[in-house]
Design a protein around this ligand. Structure first.
Ligand SMILES: [Zn+2]
Length: 191
């Protein structure tokens, strides 16, 4: 008996013993999810912050939902650089530029000083790619799979699934896979 027909028989046996194998798989995934969720509530909150943006409210760095007006270069730094330049010190005074950003990107950049938008954008995108690396290839649940679940488990899994969709859209927007391929380059640049 060939290996293939053996595993074929095993599959038939399994599906007759377990009439709905999908439910079992689904429950296992949900249990894992709930366990993980307790360990990473902060991450789930961050996933939610990336919910589908409305027009004109798109974060300039990640494509997520923008809530804040953000100075690319901190105003205080521009003023300081101007003072130094006026004293005759050879320093480049960055231009003032304001963009819309989400809270998370704002926090990632925090007090770090960037002289150009591109520099800051690349830094934030690199940090986001590292942070959400594990979600890049996570499988999404489809409607049929969700319908197999019941009650609280279905509710929580649906929430997780929506957040996963949002974060994956964001990872695609920033080109996370390409960024991670060049991780060493970014580490040298910003690390
Ligand atoms: Zn953002």
């Amino acid at each position: 008996m060939g290996k293939n027909s053996m595993s074929g028989q095993l599959r038939t046996l399994k599906s007759s013993v377990l009439p709905n194998a999908a439910i079992r798989t689904g429950e296992k995934r949900s249990v894992n999810f709930i366990k993980n969720m307790q360990e990473s509530l902060d991450e789930i909150r961050a996933l939610w912050s990336a919910l589908t943006p409305k027009e004109g409210q798109i974060c300039a760095y990640c494509g997520g939902y923008a809530t804040d007006e953000e100075h690319v270069t901190p105003r205080a730094w521009i003023e300081r650089a101007q003072e130094l330049a006026d004293m005759g010190i050879n320093i480049k005074v960055p231009e003032e530029k304001i963009v819309m950003a989400c809270r998370e990107c704002n926090l990632i950049a925090s007090a770090r000083i960037f002289e150009t938008f591109t520099e800051k954008k690349n830094y934030i995108r690199w940090k986001l790619s590292l942070k959400y690396k594990k979600y890049i290839d996570s499988p999404q649940w489809d409607d049929d799979e969700l319908e197999e679940l019941r009650g609280e488990m279905r509710r929580k899994t649906t929430i997780y699934n929506e957040a996963l969709k949002a974060v994956q859209a964001r990872l695609r927007f920033i080109g996370a896979k390409t960024i991670l391929k060049h991780n060493d380059y970014f580490k040298n640049l910003y690390g």
